[in-house]
Write a protein that binds this ligand. Structure first.
Ligand SMILES: [Zn+2]
Length: 89
């Protein structure tokens, strides 16, 4: 698998800690399956794992939606008010 970052190196399966921020705290998940580029050192984590992790974090922090989704929903609600609810006769 070729690296999408430098487009020269190849990605190799490896395990490494996944580091993320939770509010002002650092959370580290050790030994996560990942791909690492042998040229630029770019790291790709398993997308499914990241989605599961995000899901768990949402559950733990009791966030109803990720910020992007919440923003989108709020925008959609605003747009909804612009549209006439029923036609003028
Ligand atoms: Zn690379």
């Amino acid at each position: 698998m070729k690296c999408n970052h430098c487009r020269i190196g190849h990605l190799h399966s490896t395990k490494m800690p996944y580091i993320t921020f939770l509010d002002d705290q650092i959370m580290i998940v050790p030994d996560v399956s990942a791909y690492r580029c042998d040229m630029c050192g770019d790291v790709l984590f398993n997308k499914g794992f990241l989605e599961q992790l995000q899901y768990l974090l949402d559950k733990l922090t009791e966030a109803e939606y990720p910020p992007a989704t919440a923003e989108w929903l709020a925008l959609n609600e605003q747009l909804g008010h612009w549209q006439p609810s029923d036609r003028m006769s």
